[in-house]
Structures are given as C-alpha cells and as structure tokens.
Design a protein around this ligand. Sequence first.
Ligand code: ATP
Ligand code: MG
Length: 387
Amino acid sequence: MDNVIILRYSEIHLKGKNRMFFENILRRNILEKLNVFKLNAQFSYGRYVISDYNPDDEDGIIAALRTVFGLFSLSIATRTTADPDDIANAATALCSGKTGTFRVTVNRADKTLPYTSVELARKTGGAILDRYPQLTVDLHEPNFTVYVDVREKNTAYVYSQSILCAGGMPVGSAGKGLTLLSGGIDSPVSTYMMAKRGLKLTALHFWSYPYTSIEARDKVLELAKLLAVYTGKTEVIVIPFTKMQEAIHKYAESNYMITLVRRAMMRIAEKIAEKKGCGCIINGEDLGQVASQTLESITVTNSVIKKLPVFRPLIGYDKIDIINIAQKIGTYETSIKPFEDCCTVFLPDSPVTKPTLRRCELNENKIENYDELINEAVANAETFTIS
Ligand code: ATP
Ligand code: MG
C-alpha cells in the first residue's frame, strides 16, 4: 500500500485520433510542474498517477497541479492490490475520524476479477461498518463516499475526495496566440482565459516611455510572471510606442486620438503575430466599457487586421465578473497599482464614441511617415522571457 495522486483530465476533448496529441502535451505540462519536486507522472489507463512523493510536498504538488489546464480533477488515493482484503484495509483506514453516513462506489475496469462491483462494495462497506459502528450506510445522500477503482494489473485505488483542477485544454494544444497585455485588470484575465483554451501565448505590450514609466512596464512584466503559473514560460514583447503616439497627437484630430492609437496597435500586433507564428490576436476588450470599446470603435480597429482572427474573450462580461476572475487568478492586486498605461497619454476630453472608417483614414493620411513609424516600432521591439 502506498499513497499516490491520481490526475484526471477532461475526456470530452480527448477522444478520437487526436487523443495522443493532447495527452502528450498535457503530460509535458504536468512534468514541467513536477520538475521542482523531482517527480514523474505515470500514464495509466486514461489518467496519470504520481507516486513516491515526499508527504511534506503534498500540498505544494497539489497547488502546482491545480494550475495545469487540461486537468479536470485529482485525488489523493491509497494504492493497493486488487485483493478485496487489501481494499477493505485501505478503505477502513480512510474512514478514521469520520462520522455520519457513507456509501462505497466501485469502478471495476478489470472485468476478469473473481468478484462483481456490487460484491466488492458490500464487502468493503461491511469492513468499514465492523470497524466503525458509529457510521451508517446511505446509498442516496451519504455524507461521504469511499471510491474504489480497480484497474488492470492487480491494482486498486481507494479514495474519498476529488479536488477540482483548472479544467480547459492543455496549453499549446490549440496553437499559438499573441495577447495584448496592458497593465490593467482586463487583459491579464483575457490572457488567462485563452491560455485555458489551449493557446500558447506570446504577450505584446505597447510602452510610451517617458510618458509611461519604467514602473509601468515592470508592472506588465510582473503580471506576465503571475500569469506564467498558468501559461508557462512566456515571451513579453515590448513595443516602443512613443513616436507613434506623438505623431498621432501632432497630426490627427484630438477626439480620434484613442481610436488611431488602437488602430496602430493592431497593425503592429498583426506584424508581430506573423513574425512569431501566432495564429490569432487576443485583447481584453469588453463591449461598451469605454469609448474605445463601442461597436463602432471595435469595427474600425478590427478593420486594420487583414489575416488573423481577433479573440475578445471578455466581450460579454460585466466588469465585476472580470474583477472576480482577476482576484481568483491572483493578478488583481498588481493590476490596480497606479501606473499609467499608454492609452491614457494625450487623452482627449471627449473621445469619439462612433468613429467612422473614413475619418480614421483621413487622419492617418495626415500623419507623416505613418508606415515607417509602424515598421520602426516592430523593428525596435524588445523581448523579455518570463517564467
Ligand atoms: P485593461 O487595461 O485591463 O486591458 P481597459 O479597460 O483599460 O482594460 P483599454 O485600455 O481600452 O482597456 O484596452 C483594451 C485592450 O487593448 C486591453 O485589454 C489590452 O488587450 C489592449 N491594450 C490596451 N493598452 C495596451 C498596451 N499598452 N499594451 C498592450 N495592449 C494594450
Ligand atoms: Mg487599459
């Protein structure tokens, strides 16, 4: 008998001929997390099993695994032989200190065994009742359940609790994406959400030094570091955006400032995405939240993107829901640190809420060397690797 951790993944996405592909990526991501504990994970009949771990590390291992997308749940289990007496011993040990009602649920993957699931459940339940007369059986609404999972090769797992993990798809299984990461509350959440759907992300940040400070940039790197718990090692590409913003400020109508800034951001983003082999762009836009996120604003910013889809996972969320997720994933406290983002540089008193494509283009035509400014920003990007 020994203690093991059983990891389960969501079956739904892993069926069919792509199954191996998902399993391999998930395994790689799990092993990355287990590296610090010098542990391996054995693949065993549709689940992973971690054994021979230091009991002092148990909480740390569980916390680390709960950030791996693609894992559905985990259990700390006793591993025994498939012998009913061994199983009964493990189950009884598990009930120490428990009160109230229980049931035993048996899953018997090995159909060659000389007992049925019902017989094994009865025997195990009987052993528990003999040992703890204060407990009673309730098959319908028990206070706790003892699960017995009998697998192939004379192995059984006995446990009573499942801990929910992060769910989603393994990072890397859905391809690569470029996420626009500002220092605000929203974009770390949109980044988290798309990593959860299996994208391997590169982050892009627009920085207008000295209008925005070194601290503002470092805050974004700090957010990327917090997110790396979920996203894995991540490149953060910082775009020097000052010249472009100054040019827009100098030549364009002031109420179009934000709209034009966002169009320039998207143009640069698409070029970087292509360079980095990213198949999509992600931002934290949320319909109606601010002037730059009205339907008309999103239309004119989106229209500069020629090839890639732009994902806006927060588009239908209320701010309070976004804040709740930010708090849950641990980015909120950093996001609310008061450093300016470049979107607030040269902020007009009344930004246009219904920009038109014609006026955007008229304004952009007035900006000297517009294309060169875009290319220069791309060429002078600085890359930080965060893990
Ligand atoms: P947040 O700052 O959390 O992203 P917000 O409500 O302030 O949210 P905006 O400033 O309008 O949103 O920006 C919308 C989206 O554009 C952001 O979610 C982010 O994806 C992107 N974005 C804005 N500023 C930057 C920046 N400086 N660098 C990279 N992306 C940015
Ligand atoms: Mg912002």
